[in-house]
Design a binder for this molecule. Structure first.
Ligand code: GNR
Ligand code: NI
Length: 170
């Protein structure tokens, strides 16, 4: 196992459309293990392969809550096959550190993909798990949570980020 480097906005790899995995082989399982370790270390509740510089369709999620029965969720080639309702959740992202904003998402989603054994799985989710699944699948399509903000809030984000980059370069 190894910790991977997390890419930060505006790294172009975060804008790439991730490629599907042909077969869940040893190399893919290694990537999954390293991504899980990196997510727990960060700590975060999810991670997409783009975020560690590998535009491949792999995500890991662990809400790390007592009441959550799922534990570590691994999805290869995940696809949203059903979505309904709407909710608003305050989101953050390991690739956009220290910026948080409310995002509108579907309230419930059904997601299909492969697990770490390459077997088909289907997950029905609501609440935070539904939010995390949509956030991670967005990453695989080169989309970030800041892309969901209205023009005014996006502008606030851009100003804050510019200011931060200037301060960091002093
Ligand atoms: O750790 C994370 N927390 C979080 C909180 C609200 C909505 C989404 C997330 S995902 C984020 C980790 C991350 O950046 N995954 O891509
Ligand atoms: Ni993220």
């Amino acid at each position: 196992m190894a910790l991977l480097n997390i890419c930060v906005y505006p790294d172009p790899v975060l804008r790439e459309k991730a490629r599907p995995i042909g077969m869940v082989d040893a190399a893919v399982r290694r990537l999954i293990d390293d991504m899980a370790e990196t997510m727990y270390d960060a700590p975060g509740i999810g991670l997409a392969a783009n975020q560690v510089g590998k535009p491949l369709r792999v995500i890991v999620i662990d809400l790390q809550r007592e009441e959550d029965p799922h534990g570590l969720i691994v999805l290869v080639n995940p696809e949203i096959v059903q979505a309904s309702g709407e909710l608003v959740w305050e989101e953050g992202c390991l690739s956009v550190p220290e910026f948080f904003a409310e995002v509108h998402r579907h309230e419930k989603v059904t997601v299909r993909g492969l697990n770490a054994d390459g077997k088909p799985v289907e997950i029905q989710a609501d609440g935070l798990l539904a939010v995390a699944l949509q956030h991670e699948i967005d990453h695989l399509n080169g989309r970030l949570f800041i892309d969901h903000l209205n023009p005014i809030k996006r502008d606030i984000f851009k100003r804050k980020w510019k200011k931060r980059l200037l301060e960091a370069s002093v």
